[in-house]
Ligand binder design. Sequence first.
Ligand code: NAI
Length: 719
Amino acid sequence: MTKLSFDGRVAVVTGAGAGLGRAYALLFASRGAKVVVNDLGGGRHGDGKSFNAADKVVEEIKSNGGTAVADYNSVVEGEKIIETAMNNFGRVDILVNNAGILRDRSFARISDQDWDLIHAVHVKGSFKTTQAAFPIFKKQNYGRIIMTASNSGVYGNFGQANYSAAKLGLVGLANTVSIEGRKNNIHCNVIVPTAASRLTEDILPPDLFQELRPELIAPVVAYLCHESCEDTGAIIDSAVGWAAKVHMVRGEGSHLRNSIAEDVTIENVRDNWSKVVDMNNAKRVNSIEEATGGIMSNLQALQEGKTSAPPGVIIDEVLLCPRDFIVYALGIGASISNPTDLKYLYENHEDFIPLPTYFILPGINQSMSSNIIASALPPGKEANFSNILHGEQYIEIVGNLPQGECALTSRSFVTEVLDKGSGLIAIVDNELTDKNGNVVAKTQLSTFVVGAGGFGGPRKSTKAVECVPKPNRKADAVMEQKTSLDQAALYRLSGDINPLHIDQQMATISGFKKPILHGLCTLGFSARHVLAQYGNNDPNQMKCLKARFVKPVYPGQTLVTSMWVNGNRIHFETSVKETNDVVISGAFIDLKSGPKVVPQAAAMSGLKSDGVFARIQDGVKQQPDKAKSVNGVFLYNITSDGKQVKQWTLDLKTPAVYEGSPKSGKADTTLVISDDDMVDLSTGKLNPQVAFMKGKLKITGNIMLTQKLVPLLKADAKL
Ligand code: NAI
């Protein structure tokens, strides 16, 4: 590892007679820099003066074999310090503005002197010294400057108003110096140190004080001053051998009026306040151009009427990426143990697609992160995390589900507020549209607000999509799946971070013995079950879904989804196997086309022959030309217990291998074979001629084409 050297460099460190400055000076000198050790040797509060402080450090450097010279000027006369450097060493490459004092007083008691002295040493001192060095840096086209700020400035600290103001003033100074210096290779960065020194001996707790050696920060400052460090305009927080970049961020903000023609009223501000202060999607603004550019594009959007949300309507842009869909699919129990689930879990799968229930989330997240419900309530009624329950949920998929990354506009508004006596129900409608303005999904959320009823409002809804009781007969199909103990921990990564689902304390306060599973997580499991059982596990089959949440589920419990077929409508009810409690009721999914009954084993666990087709899929991808040489489209009808359970298409013209019938045109050859025989055929256990003779393999269409195909399908073949 090459050591970073400061050979040939001259470093000026102000206030280097003690504390952090001393550590910086010693380190620079130990790496070959000639150092100006500046310190006026005053007291902690800016009183007195002595040569002692700087001299001692110079002696220490010299006795270690380094080169240093003392300077006793106050930083307020910074030009004299730079003169010392030029007179002794003929150049300056590095300036660390470090000198500092404290005059702590509670804000009301700060005198003019307390204010002026602090600003003189910190702000004016850094200004004077830097301004004196700047032309030298410019001329030599090289310079490294450090300003020293403080957490007191970044975050505020009781009793340090004068110091906080000065320290954050230095951040502003560094921001602009870094911009003006950039074209001359002059970098200016800010260090926010926390170290044991006489400035902090009565501020920091004694135990911590021992650990806060200035020597642990010095390498950070030295690196920022090295020619190899490319950063400029950075704020670096450092202590105890740790360092991190700090920067300011700006939230997404909100328009306060609906059109350019309108003025802004105080009430507009109040009504949009939660969005003004919402920092969920805060971003770093990198320059003043970017900051003002953002303002101008907001103005333009307003002029074009793009952002005018009517009162009570919340509009957000949501950018969805494959990762969001995958995390969600895992959260609701999709698994690679079921091969037909791979399309939900693998972004490079040729049929990669989100689960339809995913599109409930943007509306939910919008309702949760805004005050849309609270602001629609009658006066005096409140809704917050502690008194709201997710009552019912509806979703309708309007077009085809988006695949891969997509930008959607999410628009939510409260449709109705119903008075239920003890509580109220707020119905929130959400609409998701794509960038062309096409509606992708519509959802409706019914939230029960406990204890907020009795305001004389309507009891019955005219706009809610109603739940439907299940048929009065034994279920046509039942599917069960055990949730994982970590199910809620995984599901919350999709956005609902209510601590009730992860934090024992919150669960106890809310009256549950353990953190509970999200209702929408349970619903996701059930919707998957219905699709797997009756929709060929094709998410585009789902037209709409409605469900009522009845009871909570604990992570680790087994969900049982009972299903009843009624034309295209599949009624379902979800219960917990361990307790028999019904947790989702009155629920249904309407399929786009009639239900395709898939035997349960196949629905949930996939077929053995899926592996064979997956291998063929790989082979075709690797050797498309070989596949194309067959020049045929084959449809496989796979059976189990005499019933067809799956179809696979080997389109060796394109070539492509996928589940289902040919996407375009007709198959040249159709083969019917059982799941087991397909596996035996591929491993060579079953000879194709024998299979054909015995009726295990039925072939219609162009039989001759299979002659070309069969050798390619053996397990040891490349295809
Ligand atoms: P320190 O008191 O040990 O060292 C500061 C040095 O600056 C002293 O030797 C002092 O004589 C010198 N000095 C004061 N006024 C001067 C002037 N007008 N001209 C020349 N030299 C002068 O303090 P420490 O803790 O090493 O502080 C160094 C810098 O780091 C200061 O700017 C301080 O505000 C800043 N800082 C320190 C923190 C800490 O945790 N120690 C926290 C945040 C900021």
